[in-house]
Ligand binder design. Sequence first.
Ligand code: SDX
Length: 389
Amino acid sequence: MSKQNLQEIDTNEYPHLNRGLEGIVAFSTSKSSIDGQKGELIYSGYNIDTLAENATFEEVCFLLWNDRLPDKSELNHLKERLIAERNVPEPVLNYIKNTNKEAEPMAVLRTATSMLADFPPEKSNDQISDFQNQAIALTAQMPIIVAAFDRARNGKSIVPPLDHGSTAFNFLYMLNGDEPGEQAEKVMDLCLILHAEHGMNASTFTARTICSTESDIYSAIAGAIGALKGPLHGGANTAVMNMLLNLERKGKDADPVQFTLDKLEKKEKIMGFGHRVYKTFDPRAFHLRKMSKALSEETGYQTLNKWSESILKTMKDEKNIDPNVDFFSATVYYSIGIKPDLYTCIFSMSRVSGWTAHFLEQAANNRLIRPRALYTGEKNLEWVPVDQR
Ligand code: SDX
């Protein structure tokens, strides 16, 4: 039978072949809703603009895990639990101290997160409450891993975590060795809120797929970190900053408009633009754009901000493509002194709340995720002994 005939048969049997699963609805969820035409994002009932204006990251974690906002005592309790879980076991810290200093921070985060599976919080006989406790522990521990690796790779001692303060505050403190100011904490907290959850993106799908085999939450989060790392997904924020810094290296010849036109001419992607779901401005990018402008005026990085705006205008004029969450988050992190290769780790430190919320949702109503693939190879070939091939 010819290869073409085989494909025809298989296509009839599986008519839904869809490269990239575009538009396929694989789950129902109460965690978030995205309206790609309107540019609207909702986390468990609350518009992202409302959350950006009013919430803290800890409140968003509670919201995603429980589908409702906490009252005051529930919020305080969660904050205390997140603080109590701010400890990374010695063997994991030893790995962080001894691994290759040149390693990619996302690879180190993935490995260290995977190692945490060997040291979970005390288990009960209720699997769902074990998963909830593990979700809290992971959310508390991932920022510590990121800060500790950055210190270790720079030959600095690891700063012990604080027994007070928000996730954002403690992360910046452990990263820099000094307590952050109110504004830096607020910027970091808002970034954590904006990145927490986003429907069935590639990393969340990965986490749910791993959950669906009844595997453990650490495997799911390690897998999700691996998926987020790629430049078509969360890795784009580092790529955006590298793009801007490469432009800066050109000195007086730097021309962001021509740079964008040249890349488009060569059919190359401009990092931080485009989205599978949004056909308009990503609502998270509004907040990040505003922050990027305000911070660049304070820190003197106005040129980077001006270039970002020129690239944005050129992309809109030439391709009618808008920026996504990764475009302005790059200059926001840069303005508060964070190294570009840590940006995707910060995305992970936030998205762990959404990943674990989806894990809990999947575990509560599970069915194995197992799609099909259209086979395009030959069938029933004759075996030829190795010395006759
Ligand atoms: C995130 O899904 C999520 O929710 C993800 C995320 C989250 O919160 O989890 O929002 C976070 O991952 C944001 C995306 C970060 N990635 C980038 O910024 C990388 C650059 N962007 C792309 O490569 C692209 O836009 C994707 C990967 C984001 C989306 O890819 P799709 O949906 O498969 O779209 P496509 O690549 O098929 O592009 C469609 C068209 C093409 O043109 P034509 O061939 O139809 O003429 O749009 C063009 C593309 O060439 N295009 C771009 C472009 N993005 C799309 N052209 C230039 N630069 C770009 N960035």
